[in-house]
Each structure stands twice: as structure tokens, then as C-alpha cells.
Design a protein around this ligand. Sequence first.
Ligand SMILES: [Zn+2]
Length: 123
Amino acid sequence: MMSPEKVKVLEDKYPFFRPFLGVECGNGWFGIIDDLCKTLSVINFKGAMIEYIKEKFGGLRVGLSHVGGVNYEIMLSAIDRAHEKSLKTCEECGEVGKLRDINGWLKTLCYDCTIKMKKQLGG
Ligand SMILES: [Zn+2]
């Protein structure tokens, strides 16, 4: 989970950033999420809200609601770009990372964080 301090920074900056389950990914992706929100805030967002942010299969997933307005395709391509960046960025520390198999579990991590996580899992 992202630290509450970092989540609060995003919530304070972006009124549409309201993930109801918190931010279900590591601190390393803070910059990617911040960039995505910056992009979304300059296009015509028409009351859309970010409802969830999570990690799945090692990549960043973003869920939006109330997206019936214009600029839907721009929003989706911004989210796609964030997802692509997440697959090259360590979810834990934000350094360059790659998709790795940790005991059958896909995570995008740098080498050091991979070693740490394997130790935590006792592998
Ligand atoms: Zn790392």
C-alpha cells in the first residue's frame, strides 16, 4: 500500500483523486500517478473520478467513474502510458525495474527490491 502521507499529497492536489480503497500499490509509483493526474487535470475531465488505483500482474491499474464526457480516448491513452511506465519502474522504490516472477507472483521491481522481497517471503 502507498503511505498515507503520499496519498494525501495526491488527494490534496487533485479533487478527482478519490480511490475509495486507498492506493493499492507501492510508493515507487507515486511519480507515475502524479504525472497521470497532472495530465488528466489539464484535459476536460467532466466530473470523472479516479475510483481505484492498484497493482495487478505487476502493472498499474486505474479505475475511473463518470467517464461519459468528452476526451475519453485521451484519458485512456494517458492511463495506458502510465501502465507502460509502471512496467519499467520499481513499485517499491521508483528506480528502473522490470517485471519479475516472485514465487509465482508478478511484480515490477529493481534488483535490490527483488532480493528484499524474496527474503521477506523466505525464498
Ligand atoms: Zn526498487
